[in-house]
Design a protein around this ligand. Structure first.
Ligand code: PLP
Length: 373
């Protein structure tokens, strides 16, 4: 009954649709052989395009372009920084690109809203010897991909720096949505990814505060000042730059974020009023304006996703990076709501979303819940 000619896409935290500016910029560059290390005209042009994109991306996150190293995505950027330290302390709700990169990480708990327990982090830091502190990295994501819950980054960096410990943040879900100032957050390292901001998949970057260097994990031709060898993904980087530019203008105009915040609030209000049994994960916490994470008691996520897909709306269950994986979400479990983990639905919107998309989804979810519960 809800099927529409154009399916409604509400899975932006998995990947955002390519922005027209990115498509245009990449298409224009496709026919030219592009190796930025080549000295000839085409090589020099490719270098110029890569450096221009680097500046646009640096501008988006309030950093300097010479502090950015291009990688094959958020996953590689996380692996690069996490491999550079003897000991890693991370929150329990990090993406697998952190938790699996360092299975030996010491884990900090979160509260029932999904916010890191600063007192526990403080205790872990106090227990380290002065010698250990020199080789420890704390890694806490800026915003969670499943629940949208944001972490108090300034308080985290202040605490870690009191102890002389370096801090990394996986900003994959925050960058491109909010005005970010790396100087204000006082971070040492940050990860970003192109396909979450409307650029292509397969390209990302690690920002390292000036003066910091890391041992390379991919060695070879010495590209990216030796931090990441391999001929640059020029087309991907051009698309990343164009998407960063478009996202920065969007943040400046502030219209899309205000609209999405309003529409998500109305969506959650409609669901709450019609089906009070449906929980909203991370309720009460500071959350990304584009993310709602619901739990529909007794309706398995996969069943709900398939039913909604038939209704023409695409959403996901928790992290799509782990699609096919049926194990319970470690994020929801860490929030003490493992009982709800099999029933969660993640709704995430973005630059192409319309008010009626969320209104249609609310009706579809209410209909589905009343039918199946
Ligand atoms: N970190 C977070 C928070 C993510 O949501 C994702 C992807 O879902 C990644 C890292 C991985 O980024 P990429 O897909 O660019 O490797």
């Amino acid at each position: 009954m809800f099927a529409t000619a154009m399916p409604i896409y509400l899975d932006y935290n998995a990947t955002a649709p390519l922005r027209p500016a990115a498509i245009e910029a990449m298409t224009a560059a496709l026919g030219v052989p592009s190796n930025p290390s080549s000295v000839h005209k085409f090589g020099r042009e490719a270098r110029l395009q890569v450096e221009t994109a680097r500046q646009k991306i640096a501008h988006l996150i309030g950093g300097r372009s010479d502090e950015l190293t291009f990688t094959s995505g958020g996953t590689e950027a996380n692996n690069l920084v996490l491999s550079g330290f003897n000991t890693v302390i991370a929150s329990r709700i990090e993406h697998d690109a952190v938790l699996d990169a360092r299975r030996d990480a010491l884990l900090v708990d979160v509260d029932e809203r999904g916010v890191i327990k600063l007192d526990m982090l403080g205790k872990m830091l106090s227990d380290l010897s002065a010698e250990d502190k020199k080789s420890v990295l704390v890694s806490v994501m800026a915003a969670n991909n499943e629940t949208g819950v944001r972490q108090p980054l300034q308080a985290i960096t202040a605490l870690c720096h009191q102890h002389g410990v370096a801090v990394h943040s996986d900003m994959v879900q925050l960058a491109g949505k909010y005005r970010v100032s790396l100087a204000e957050f006082d971070l040492d390292f940050a990860t970003i990814s192109a396909h979450k901001i409307g650029g292509p998949a397969g390209v990302g970057a690690l920002w390292c505060k000036a003066g910091r260097r890391l041992p390379a994990i991919i060695r070879g031709g010495g590209q990216e000042k030796g931090m990441r060898s391999g001929t640059e993904n020029v087309i991907g980087i051009i698309g990343f730059g164009a998407a960063a530019d478009a996202a920065a203008s969007e943040i400046e105009a502030d219209e899309i974020s205000r609209n999405l915040a309003k529409w998500h609030a109305a969506f959650e209000q409609t669901i709450r009023a019609a089906c009070p049994e449906i929980s909203i994960l991370g309720d009460g916490a500071d959350r990304l304006f584009n993310t709602s994470c619901l739990a529909l008691p007794q309706i398995a996520s996969q069943t709900a996703i398939m039913a909604l897909d038939l209704d023409g709306v695409m959403v996901s269950a928790g992290s799509a990076c782990s699609s096919g994986k049926v194990s319970a979400s470690h994020v929801i479990t860490a929030m003490g709501r493992g009982d709800l983990a099999p029933y969660t639905l993640r709704i995430s919107s973005g630059w192409q979303t319309r008010e009626e998309d969320l209104a249609t989804l609310a009706k579809a979810i209410i209909g589905l819940y009343k039918r199946l519960s």
